[in-house]
Design a binder for this molecule. Structure first.
Ligand code: AMP
Ligand code: GLY
Length: 426
């Protein structure tokens, strides 16, 4: 079968690497891809948000199956457009992608189906949002309703900060139309985890849980990023917690979406806060996490492609997946300036040596081929990944690989996996 993967980050490199290994895959294309992906797929210069261009590419190339990586094309309706053109794809429809595309939609669904999450209010005007903030007090969380490239969530320690956040989102329009509406939410305490399930509209097949590291600096300090590193499995989601998440969160969400007439198909990414009173939903995403996907793909033993096809076909019941009995851990190497304006065009060397470290795999996230040299071309540039018997071993190997990368203008956190390593020692 001829497969097209949409996207060009570390997540899509991991997906392409795994799909390429499938005996079902006869040809693999990626739009737009990156130099790492080019080692396993034919990269085509069509942007991940160019919906018309992607549909035309899939038609011209006689693609049998499209796997959509990022959220923007899902929320823009790529899956609906491909389906209208008779092309099968992995990912939710535009309406179902509202689980990621509209925080208000998600909060209302969670409330209606009694799914655990923080208390909240939805507001279309600044005055009523501020009134709610005054009633609830701080700390409190202010969120732009729509997609804001991971930046639309503001954690406010004081009422003044929260009022400023409302002004910046609703009046100064810091995130454009994403701020037509806001969600103001209770501040949740606990440990975060990312939980992934394949959903075929009615059946949910759990993949695995991972833990991301959102803050840019060691010890979880500094501004939030798209994610500076991840590992899987994570001890905070043990077998009992896994069962609880499936029962209390995933099952009612999948049923609720079907009952609302918007069945969800694709990968459901449950962003969780696990506190003293159990798991609560922070957010849903309608796609794989990045960098969580990199560690999931390293751990997955089974062929990924049939699972993605079964998801699209509504055939997940009785489907089974096997996992390597190993921990995978990934360290993001980012360009100077990230998460602000990253410096582009600096040369990266040593990648072949890094890949020789036992258990290591280097996924490209934001790179470009500049006349045979690999240069930085984004904020998050490499996802340096390794497997090991323990978190500690995977971490040691990943940092050995990081240290082989010759890129003075890049940086990374040195403590990815610290929570789990501390637990292993205990
Ligand atoms: P989101 O984009 O919704 O994942 O939010 C980004 C980050 O903000 C999350 O990963 C959490 O660290 C934090 N966050 C979001 N909502 C809350 C909340 N209600 N309480 C505490 N932290 C939150
Ligand atoms: N790593 C978090 C995300 O993909 O949203």
């Amino acid at each position: 079968m001829r497969v097209l993967v949409v996207g060009g980050g570390g997540r899509e490199h991991a997906l392409c690497w795994k799909i390429k290994a499938s005996p079902l895959c006869d040809a693999l294309l990626c739009a737009p891809g990156n130099p790492g992906i080019a080692e396993v797929a034919t990269c085509v210069p069509v942007g991940a948000e160019d919906i018309d261009g992607l549909v035309k590419l899939a038609q011209d190339e006689r693609i049998d199956f499209v796997v959509v990586g990022p959220e923007a094309p899902l929320v823009a309706g790529l899956v609906d457009r491909l389906s209208a053109a008779g092309i099968k794809s992995f990912g939710p429809t535009k309406t179902a992608a509202q689980l990621e595309g509209s925080k208000g939609f998600t909060k209302d669904l969670l409330a209606k189906y009694n799914i655990p999450t923080g208390a909240y209010g939805r507001f279309k005007d600044a005055a009523s949002a501020k009134k709610f903030i005054a009633e609830k007090g701080a700390p409190i969380v202010v969120k732009a309703d729509g997609l804001a490239a991971g930046k639309g969530v503001i954690l406010c320690q004081t009422v003044n900060e929260a009022n400023d956040a409302i002004d910046s989102i609703m009046t100064a329009r810091a995130f454009g139309a994403a701020g037509n509406e806001v969600v103001v939410e209770e501040f949740l305490y606990g440990e975060e985890a990312s939980f992934f399930v394949l959903v075929d509209g009615k059946t949910a097949l759990p993949l695995a849980a991972a833990q991301d590291h959102k803050a840019v600096g060691d010890g979880d300090t500094g501004p939030n990023t798209g994610g500076m590193g991840a590992y899987s499995p994570t001890p905070v989601v043990d077998a009992a917690m896994h069962a609880r998440i499936m029962r209390e969160i995933v099952a009612p969400t999948v049923d609720g979406m079907a009952k609302e007439g918007t069945p969800f198909k694709g990968v459901l990414f449950v962003g969780l806060m696990i506190g003293e009173d159990g798991p609560k939903v922070i957010e849903f995403n309608a796609r794989f996490g990045d960098p969580e996907c990199e560690v999931l793909m390293m751990r997955l033993k089974s062929d990924l492609l049939p699972a993605l096809i079964a998801t699209a076909d509504g055939q997940l019941s009785n489907f089974d997946l096997r996992w390597h009995d190993q921990v995978a851990l990934t360290v993001i190497m980012a360009a100077e300036g990230y998460p602000g304006t990253p410096r582009k065009g600096t040369v990266i060397a040593g990648l072949n040596d890094a890949a020789k470290i036992e258990g290591a795999m280097i996924f490209h996230a934001g790179t470009k081929d500049d006349g045979g040299k690999i240069v930085a071309n984004g904020g998050r540039v490499l996802a340096v990944t390794a497997v090991g018997k323990t978190v500690r071993e995977a971490q040691t190997r990943a940092y050995q690989a990081v240290d082989k990368v010759k890129w003075p203008e890049g940086f990374c956190r040195r403590d990815i996996g610290w929570r789990a390593v501390a637990r292993e020692k205990a």
